[in-house]
Design a protein around this ligand. Structure first.
Ligand code: BGC
Length: 732
């Protein structure tokens, strides 16, 4: 026996040695010692060296995608794909990898298709409510790691279209209505995502602010409003995150499609901001060869209608100079070096399921906004509460997620179909029961409001779960909860004075019952471990600290455009691959509210709202005092925040500025914030320094941002409508 096992051990050693030696002897690829593999050179220098070696066909191969499953174009290279939304060829003989792209808004998409697992984080809008740059970083790093584990080296996440139109079906993929906050958060997400050696992406550039008719709509907006709102978010995101890719959007901006718009792609992105990465089109968002190329589009996705054979012919016939093609290729190569794709090749691996669930839960805990809490209804006391009625669609089994290309597949689920409502298997009922093991927790799906009310009447507290499903490719007609959920809340609230509503929504909702319930908790799309996070907040294990990054209006009648502008009827249902045949947009949305986006609109128009931007309650209370403003090249604002309650908490302290009247701006804008952690009774002095650009306006005549000399009012407090501290200073 002993002899045999010794023999087996010896054989194993021998096998391992042979395998090792073989690996050792495998000839190094020719490029391994090529000049561009020298890591001490800059990404640009390395790109130049590679470019010199490339043939015309290799160059053309890099400026377009190789198709996407189901997209329509036959493709000889399909076998090289990784199941993502698209890929672009590398140059194997030169050591340049294929760029494998996956959607990854709140987690890696289509994991069911590639047989792998992805964590769903809370929706981007949800997570933005944390106002936390560290959480944004964790969010990005998690996605970057999971992308690589699944064989991808480029993300298509990083959406930052500001919430100009809250009915936009993709609002959940973005970071709210304020450009400075949104840009800062997306920038931190991208910074940490790209640090995982995947190409980072920011999208959809720009003014893709509604989904209705997105392939053919012309967004009309003044240059100043464009610069101070939608573009500002991108600018800040690019400065902080340094993404190597920008995805141009489907829509047109002031007449030219975004993927052939010289103003946004070259004048602003490259010249004004100095962006060095590459621009890829949204899927089917390319409309031309020469015009797009000259305007600054580097890469057509997902196919090669304009940037394949047609591009090659344009170069060969001299319509497009070789130098222009070289510039596109150079940017793509440079991005690959800069993001580390060449030096850190991807190897598939296993996702850290439990570690990443914990991150998703922690981020959701910071994202849940407590909107109403009459008579300290919350937190629930786990040892005192005897009966809890849990009511609402799926509240026993799962929590909702957002649809479209952002969709993440739950574990063990099939690949989600377009339009399918996907619930993650994180059960609020079970999480609540686990938190209150001695309470009797009962469930009713809420389809019959009277039956639900009967159950609620017998309970100490009723928790009603309402939901709003949203998705790419559609907008909401209004902000009313579907399927008579308002009626359900009203019936339950009538039966039980201790009713708490939990909202799972992609964007804002109207709440005709707001005064009839004792508590409201906005949980957004809560991610893979949302129920545990929610239970921690409901029972006070976590003190909520999140604040709204979108204004909840009282009614759609109060929006800048009470009626959504829809495309002409002909185009509805057109196959996506047909998008490119349009040479010009077919209808317009005139964004004449201009700079007045979100709270700036309600402030300027003096319209009351349901819940203002920056609002969110806590289980403790805070006071503000001692405002000091120090002018200078970078003005600073200092003040003291005190926890005046009996629980530890985190207060998001917000700083707004009112510009001098001659600036002609809305009444105020957010210019800074700080998350302050405070024990009961504790005070902290906080200093926020203000980037002068955040105090500037865009001057159309001179085409630059400038500070208007005069008196600036600084306001500090816990929400855009609760700003106890004021001070004016003169800035030169
Ligand atoms: C979406 C993009 C997405 C792409 C690839 C498009 O329809 O607008 O956000 O990245 O598809 O799936």
């Amino acid at each position: 026996m002993r002899k045999y096992s010794l023999f087996a051990v010896a054989a194993l050693f021998l096998a391992a040695f042979v395998a090792h030696a073989q690996r050792f002897q495998r000839p190094a690829p020719a490029w391994a010692h090529a000049a561009w593999m020298n890591q001490s050179l800059s990404a640009g220098e390395r790109a130049d060296l590679v470019l010199k070696q490339m043939t015309l066909d290799e160059k053309i191969g890099m400026i377009h995608g190789e198709g996407m499953a189901g997209w329509g174009q036959p493709n000889a290279f399909a076998y090289l794909g990784n199941g993502g939304a698209g890929f672009t060829l590398g140059v194997d003989r030169l050591g340049i990898p294929i760029i494998q792209m996956s959607d990854a808004a709140y987690g890696v998409r289509s994991s069911a298709m590639n047989g792998r697992y992805s964590t769903a984080l809370p929706s981007n809008l949800g997570a933005s409510s944390s106002w936390d740059t560290d959480a944004a970083c964790e969010y990005g790093a998690l996605i970057g790691r999971e992308l690589r584990a699944q064989g991808y080296n480029m993300t298509l996440g990083g959406g930052v279209n500001i919430t100009r139109e809250p009915r936009n079906g993709r609002t959940f993929e973005y970071q709210g209505e304020d450009p400075i906050l949104a840009g800062t958060l997306v920038g931190n997400r991208i910074r940490c995502e790209q640090a995982q050696h995947v190409i980072g992406d920011i999208k959809h550039y720009a003014v893709n602010d509604q989904e209705s008719g997105r392939n053919e709509v012309n967004a009309i907006i003044s240059k100043r409003a464009l610069q101070e709102t939608d573009l500002m978010a991108f600018h800040i995101g690019i400065e902080i995150g340094n993404p190597q890719a920008v995805m141009c959007s489907y829509n047109a901006i002031n007449g030219d499609f975004a993927c052939e718009n010289k103003y946004t792609l070259t004048d602003v992105l490259r010249k004004q901001w100095g962006f060095k990465g590459f621009v890829l089109s949204d899927w089917g968002g390319t409309h031309s060869t020469e015009k797009a190329s000259a305007a600054g589009l580097d890469n057509e996705e997902p196919g090669q209608v304009f940037y394949g054979e047609a591009y090659k012919q344009a170069v060969e016939s001299g319509k497009i100079p070789m130098s222009e093609l070289d510039e596109h290729v150079r940017r793509i190569l440079r991005a690959e070096f800069a993001a580390g794709l060449v030096d850190h090749p991807v190897h598939k691996s296993v996702v850290d399921v439990f570690g990443d669930l914990a991150i998703a839960r922690h981020i959701e805990e910071q994202s849940i906004v407590l909107l109403r809490n009459e008579h300290h209804q919350l937190p629930l006391n786990a040892s005192a509460v005897k009966t809890i009625a849990v009511i609402g669609d799926h509240a026993d089994s799962g929590m909702l997620s957002g649809g479209g290309s952002a969709q993440v597949d739950p574990p063990g689920h099939h690949q989600a179909r377009w339009g399918e409502h996907v619930w993650f298997p994180t059960s609020p009922l079970k999480a609540i029961q686990a938190m209150a093991p001695n309470a009797q927790v009962s469930f009713d799906a809420g389809s019959d409001p009277q039956a639900a009310a009967t159950l609620a009447a017998k309970a100490d507290v009723a928790l009603v779960f309402v939901n709003q499903w949203t998705s790419e490719g559609m907008d909401l007609n209004d902000l009313t909860l579907a399927n008579n959920q308002d009626g359900l809340v009203e019936a339950v609230a009538k039966a039980n004075p201790h009713t708490v509503v939990v909202v799972e929504s992609g964007t804002v909702v109207t709440m005709p019952w707001v005064d009839q319930v004792s508590g409201i908790v906005e949980a957004w799309y809560a991610g893979s471990d949302g129920a545990a996070a929610l239970a921690n907040v409901l029972f006070g294990k976590v003190n909520p600290s999140a604040k709204l990054t979108v204004t909840f209006p009282l009614s759609v009648a109060d929006l800048p455009h009470p009626t959504l502008v829809k495309p002409p009827a002909h185009s509805e249902g057109a196959a996506p691959v047909q998008r490119h045949v349009l040479t010009s947009p077919t209808f317009s949305v005139n964004y004449d509210e201009g700079i007045e986006v979100g709270y700036k609109w309600y402030d300027a128009q003096k319209k009351p709202v349901l819940f203002p931007f920056g609002y969110g309650l806590s289980y403790t209370t805070y006071s503000y005092s001692g405002l000091k403003v120090t002018p200078g090249a970078k003005p600073t604002v200092s003040f003291t925040v005190k926890n005046t309650g009996s629980r530890a908490g985190v207060e998001i302290a917000e700083v707004y500025a009112a510009l001098p009247p001659s600036a002609n701006e809305p009444p105020k804008r957010l210019v800074g914030w700080s998350r302050v952690t405070l024990n009961p009774g504790e005070s902290k002095q906080v200093t926020v320094s203000i980037d002068p650009m955040y105090l500037s306006i865009f001057d159309e005549a001179s085409n630059v941002f400038k500070l208007v000399p005069g008196s600036y009012g600084f306001m500090v407090g816990g929400s855009s409508q609760s700003l106890p501290l004021h001070k004016s200073v003169t800035l030169e």
